[in-house]
Structures are given as C-alpha cells and as structure tokens.
Ligand binder design. Structure first.
Ligand SMILES: [Zn+2]
Length: 354
C-alpha cells in the first residue's frame, strides 16, 4: 500500500539552499560549513540527529506501522580541494590536492582559502619563460603556488577550494562542488518528505573523496536493511573532435537520474537496480544507466559494512567533474528527487527477501 504524503518540489527555497550548499567550502576533513547548514535544515524534521566521531551527520526519521525496513540514504558533504603545506612568505603557499584533481585544471584559477574564504590565485610560471618541455607537460603540483598577496594571512594546514559562485543559467546549474551538494540537497528534501512505510536513515557523510571513509562508519552505526548512495556522476557527453556524437559517454545531461549497475567500488544489487528502473518506468520518470566502468560512490563502503548491505547508487549527472566549475541540468535534479521519493514509498520487506 502506498501511503499518501507530501510531495517534494523544487522552487526558490530549494535553489537557494543548493546555492548555499555549493558556495560553502568543505574539503574532505573540513566539512563544518556544510554540516552546519545540514543540521539547521534537519533539526526540525529529525526524530533523532547526531554528529558522530568522524563528523557525519546521522538523521533518523521513524516510520509507522509494522515490518518497516531500515533504509539508509547517503550523500557526501565533502568536496575535492587543497591543503596548504608550506609557508613561503609574502602570502605565497605550497599546497597539495585533496581528492582526485587533475593538475591541468589548476594554473590561473582563483581559490578561497581558510575559514574566512580569503581570495587567492593558483600561480604558475608564465608561458614567456617556460621551456618547450614545460609547456608540453602537465604542471606538477610542486611547481604551483597559492598566492594570497602579502596581506593574506593563512597557515599550513588551512584548506582551500575553487572560488566559484553558484549560478542558474537557463535550464542549467553551474557551480563548484555539485558533486555532491546536489546529493545533499536531494537528501534534505527526501527527509523533509519521508514516507511512513520505512525508517529513513539519512547519512550526510564526510571524507568520500579521499576513500569513502565517513560512509563506512555511518553504515556500521545505522545497520540498515538496504542503502542508496545519492551522488553526482561525470557526464563526459561532449561531441567527438569531428563533432560526431560520442558513444562512450558515462552519462548524458538531460536524460534523467543515472542508475548504477557496476563500477570500481561496487556491483550494485540487481534487485534494487530493477526496482528503481521499474519505478521510473511506471511513473514515466526518465532515467539512464550509468556506463559500467571506473569511479565509485559511498555504496562501495556501505555494501561491505557489518554482514553486508544491498546497495544501489543513483546520481545526478554533471559535466567537468572535480574542476573549478561543473554543469548540471535542473530537470535531472528534479527527476532524481522524484524517482527516489516514489521508490521509497514502495519499499516493502519483500524487496530484499530471497
Ligand atoms: Zn561524489
């Protein structure tokens, strides 16, 4: 039986929240800014809320009635970024990347440094002075510096992010950290409109980008019957150099939520994959299958918790992953919320019984 309930919608309030989440700086290990937003949003709706030893925010929303499954939904709060590792005077700092960042994205990019989001720029030797070999090779992180200017007061161990402000442009969202603030915003909406046929266990997790670390302990604490990792996945749907369509896209913008079946971290539970596909088809919600291959999500850690958990990942596609700016489509976000909200209402114990 499907219990009638309030429907999540995407309006000004949800866009404003996504903007706030994307503009917050929360490199892996320093998720405080996003955690604060999540706690503020979730406190009025949670039956129980706690921050664990690693910094995960764990929200429980109890259902009603008998035979409720414990359904864990995960979205990671952290983003890729930088950590200052050497102070060279005059506001000049050596740094290391945190999470998977391609150094080709870095030279000349503005950054925000530390708690006060001090403006800086990633500097590199100018082309006039670079050797032919240096121009050809991708820059090493050691050859780059974060430059805050002589008044820029920062310390070794401070974190930095790309300095990109959220924008809505027609049907698109452009921002840093769409991976995974769009998942965090999605999970917030799902908790606010939680169905009563399940116990909803929402994990806003830390340190995904450095090895799925927060989700591992969150899954231990929640001990769920099944779990869904909500994330954002690279699209890689640009045309080929000869303008023909690439047939090797990972996902494509505009085709709806991406359901995973296989990647480097997980083989998704076939029954949950089928359940999501059938749910989407029955409601006319567009969806796509993420191309099997590289990458991974927190599902990889949750799956191996305790005695094992059936998992599946669902992502909103974005282009230009782990770069200063990514692009997603608003409709893909709406359809992801709609698919997950509809699916949760249909979760009954027979979904995982063999
Ligand atoms: Zn992610």
């Amino acid at each position: 039986m499907i219990i009638p309930m309030s429907q999540p919608t995407i309006g000004n309030a949800q866009f404003k929240l996504l903007e706030e989440l994307c503009n917050a700086c929360a490199v892996s290990g320093d998720e405080g800014e996003v955690r604060k937003i999540v706690l503020g949003q979730m406190k009025p709706f949670a039956d129980e809320i706690k921050v664990d030893a690693m910094g995960n925010v764990l929200v429980t929303k109890m259902g009603q009635g008998r035979d409720r499954l414990r359904v864990m939904l995960d979205a990671h709060m952290d983003e890729v970024g930088f950590i200052l590792v050497s102070d060279e005077g005059d506001g000049m700092f050596g740094f290391q990347t945190v999470g998977g960042i391609d150094p080709r994205h870095l030279p000349g990019k503005p950054v925000w440094v530390g708690k006060d989001h001090l403006p800086g720029v990633i500097g590199m030797k100018p082309i006039h002075l670079a050797s032919e070999d240096e121009v050809k090779r991708k820059p090493s992180i050691d050859s780059l510096r974060i430059d805050l200017g002589p008044n820029g007061k920062a310390s070794i161990g401070d974190w930095a992010t790309f300095a990109t402000k959220f924008k809505r442009v027609g049907p698109s969202i452009m921002a840093k950290a769409i991976d995974d603030r769009i998942g965090v915003a999605t999970l917030i909406e799902l908790v606010k409109h939680a169905p009563e046929n399940i116990d909803l266990l929402a994990a806003f997790t830390v340190q995904e980008e450095v090895g799925l670390r927060g989700a591992k302990v969150a899954a231990y604490t929640f001990d769920p019957d099944l779990a869904i990792a909500i994330d954002s996945t690279p699209a890689h749907d640009m045309p080929n150099h000869d303008s023909s369509e690439s047939s090797f896209y990972n996902t494509k913008l505009g085709l709806g939520p991406a359901i995973y079946i296989y990647n480097r971290s997980t083989i998704d539970n076939p029954r949950l994959v089928r359940f999501l596909k059938e749910t989407a088809e029955s409601k006319g919600i567009p969806y796509q299958i993420r191309q099997p291959g590289g990458g991974g999500t927190n599902a990889g850690a949750i799956q191996r918790a305790r005695a094992g958990v059936p998992v599946v990942s669902v992502s909103v596609p974005h282009r230009y992953t782990h770069s200063p700016i990514s692009i997603s489509r608003v409709d893909d976000w709406k359809n992801t919320i709609s698919l997950l909200h509809t699916a949760l209402q249909k979760v009954m114990p027979d979904l995982i019984q063999s």
